[in-house]
Design a protein around this ligand. Structure first.
Ligand SMILES: Cc1ncc(COP(=O)(O)O)c(C=O)c1O
Length: 365
């Protein structure tokens, strides 16, 4: 067979593919460990919202139909839940897809997008994908450096990505630092505030991007059903932004990008207040319990506003990852994020947290 001669745009040479947390199926195949716990991908330890699961089951007999692209039921519920007009919403196949719609609409060759470094890896991938240049700005004391970001704005800057609470640190931006920052950002720059973990934040001074939609700035807030609502496998997230921005994104949104199960499940999950409360209690208790044990072991960690902990470890993170894996616990080494002596651990059920802490004590001696 003759090999095809493919020529992708040059920017694709810069793209490193996204590496997900190790799935349990892979752990079973590679290590023969079938009872491992996965604390690597910031998923919900309680499973999916039961009301979402029931709604999805009830909708199975409609799977031969295309979904309603506009997702009217979910859009109406979200609009009421968030207190924003429906025309401010853009639904995506995960918030990942909303990131790709934002970069597709607003970035092109020669444009620059500023990203914190490290940051959620999809920003860099999507910026490169649309031919624009990622401009990384290192974190300062583990915090997004808003002053340094302002310094890096040029006439070519079209987009700034912020994550609050941030992944992988778990730290949130404060209103006190965000408001003067936003005032100083030029009006033609899109400020993306990715709030995938906002439901877990306990710090009352944390930014809520929804409060900044009507300030004459191009703020786009990203949220997801993958974390607090337990629906990572369903793939549904959304963006909230001024109506004119949302209208541009909806022009290129694939017509059936959110499936019938995703729309039904997400709408039911919004009504499942008990599940959300139980999730928040479990996660907060888990963070506190793990934190106390880490302190007892003399390990440093950051006080997280998300559902995971960023932990400094006294050995190479990759080696610790391997050793914990052999004990049946999957965590995330942060070497690929530029922290070769840090791991990220998602808060699990009490039993999962205990298994992680036992394994950590054993491995670290
Ligand atoms: C900061 C951040 N943004 C977005 C996402 C993706 O969320 P979704 O599952 O909605 O695509 C994640 C998932 O890990 C994340 O950590």
């Amino acid at each position: 067979m003759t090999a095809l001669r493919l020529k992708a745009p040059e920017a694709f040479a810069r793209i490193h593919p996204y590496v997900p947390g190790k799935p349990l199926e892979e752990v079973a195949r590679e290590y023969g460990i079938t009872d491992a716990v996965k604390l690597a991908s910031n998923e919900n330890p309680l499973g999916p919202s039961p009301r979402a699961a029931a709604a999805i089951r009830d909708g199975l007999n409609r799977l031969h139909r295309y979904p309603e692209g506009e997702a009217p039921l979910l859009t109406e519920k979200l609009s009421a839940h968030l207190g924003v007009p429906a025309d401010h919403l853009v639904l995506g196949n995960g918030s990942d897809e909303v990131i790709s719609m934002l970069t597709r609409v607003f970035l092109g060759p020669g444009d620059e997008a500023i990203l914190p470094e490290p940051a959620f890896l999809m920003y860099d991938i999507m910026v490169n994908c649309d031919g624009a240049l990622p401009v990384p700005v290192p974190l300062k004391d583990y915090t997004i450096d808003l002053t340094a970001i302002l310094d890096r704005i040029t006439p070519r800057t079209r987009m700034i990505f912020l994550t609050s609470p941030n992944n992988p640190t778990g730290l949130a931006l404060s209103r006190a630092s965000f408001e003067p920052f936003l005032d100083a950002v030029p009006e033609d720059v899109v400020v993306v505030v990715d709030e995938a973990y906002i439901e877990f934040a306990r710090d009352l001074s944390a930014v809520n991007g929804l409060h900044y939609l009507d300030r004459g700035k191009n703020v786009a807030v990203l949220r997801t059903f993958s974390k607090a609502y337990g629906l990572a496998g369903l793939r549904i997230g959304y963006g909230v932004m001024p109506a004119d921005m949302a209208e541009l994104l909806n022009r290129i949104r694939p017509p059936f990008n959110t499936s019938i199960p995703a729309q039904l499940g997400a709408a039911a999950a919004l009504d499942d207040v008990d599940f959300l409360q139980k999730t928040l209690r479990t996660v907060h208790d888990g963070l506190d319990e793990i934190g106390q044990s880490l302190a007892g072991m003399g390990l440093d960690y950051l006080h997280s506003q998300a559902n995971f902990l960023f932990i400094k470890v006294p050995m190479a993170a990759d080696a610790l990852f391997e050793a914990l894996l052999r004990e049946g616990v999957v965590v995330r080494s942060l070497t690929s994020y530029g922290y070769p002596d840090h791991i990220r651990v998602t808060a699990g059920t009490p039993a999962e947290n205990a298994k992680f802490l036992d394994a950590l004590k054993k491995v670290l001696g």
